[in-house]
Design a protein around this ligand. Structure first.
Ligand code: THG
Length: 288
């Protein structure tokens, strides 16, 4: 059983530690134009009102890190992601998770970011390892490693573990500490394959036992195609936190999810004296 490692990320004036003994760190997913026409149109026009509103709202709702994805088709992504990060850091102190598959955009974002970013993401493909990891090393960032490679997402947990191992080893070879690698075991929807979530949980357990690294996931993927997604997401996330999930990429503005994460942390001994649970209850029930 490996020790639980601590991943530290930071902005210019805020530091966030991620560790299994600490409260779950929510990475706010909202700054992402996928499925959001209004946000996409604003980004195309280099307008950042919705971005800044979402940044502030997510932090107020408990997000400790903000994922920033500026992937608009045909846009100049390097320029756009740098502008979006500047817009976010102008209104919040939360560290940034740079979400892009474009190496030029990643380089541009790391160049202007002041702090230790979380890079989202590298995967087990040779091309990805060779382009992303040197940038992570050069900028002293942390990185999310996806459990997939040239052959796609392996069905078997043991195979996903092998991809995680490959990423961790390649990172170590470049001088990136294992604690700076956060693994995403990948979640597929249970509406297509009924044991999809179980495979992810099993993968999480194997990786935590072997490497002690922090675990992220886009946990809402589990409910794609289903009604009442937020209940499914909340149940899955509670179980995933028990399995080792430490920093989900999720929507903190979903009240079911936010309350569940606090309750799961309380039940799992990650909230001493229930301090956070009680503070959140008081703030929900504050008279206006
Ligand atoms: N792993 C890692 N990174 C990721 C993912 C992952 N980044 C992207 C994604 N998956 C996580 N982020 C999102 C962002 C938005 C939505 C889901 C996941 C989403 N958006 C609504 C939709 O498409 O219907 C938008 C609607 C709205 O809220 O207005 O669901 O798995 N490492």
């Amino acid at each position: 059983m490996a020790d639980n490692l601590t991943t530290t990320v930071s902005s210019k004036n805020q530091t966030v530690d991620i560790n299994r003994a600490l409260p779950t760190v929510v990475i706010g997913e909202r700054i992402n134009p996928t499925g959001r026409r209004k946000l996409q149109a604003e980004l195309e026009a280099h307008v950042f009102n919705t971005v800044q509103g979402d940044a502030v709202a997510q932090v107020e709702a408990g997000a400790k890190i903000l994922d920033v994805n500026a992937g608009v088709p045909d846009a100049d992504e390097p320029k756009l992601i740098a502008e979006t990060i500047r817009a976010v850091t102008a209104v919040t102190d939360a560290p940034i998770c740079i979400d892009t598959a474009n190496p030029e955009a990643l380089a541009a974002a790391l160049e202007i970011y002041e702090g230790k970013a979380l890079v989202n993401s590298v995967n087990g493909e040779t091309r990805s390892l060779e382009t992303v990891l040197p940038l992570v090393k050069e900028h002293g960032a942390a990185v999310i490693g996806l459990c997939m490679d040239d052959d796609g997402i392996p069905a078997l947990p043991e195979k996903r573990l092998a991809v995680a191992e490959k990423i961790i080893q390649r990172a170590a070879k470049l001088g990136i500490a294992t604690e700076d690698v956060v693994i995403d075991p990948l979640v597929l929807t249970v509406s297509v394959e009924s044991d999809a979530a179980l495979l992810t949980l099993k993968t999480t357990e194997l990786i935590v036992k072997e490497f002690g690294v922090n675990i992220t996931m886009g946990a809402s993927n589990v409910s794609f195609g289903l009604p009442d997604r937020s209940a499914v997401n909340a149940a899955f996330m509670a179980i995933a936190i028990r399995a080792g999930l430490t920093c989900p990429i999720t929507n903190p503005l979903d009240p079911d999810l936010a309350v569940m994460i606090l309750a799961a942390d309380l039940a799992l001994g990650k909230d001493e004296w229930g301090e956070r649970w009680i503070a959140a209850y008081r703030s929900r029930n504050k008279p206006d």
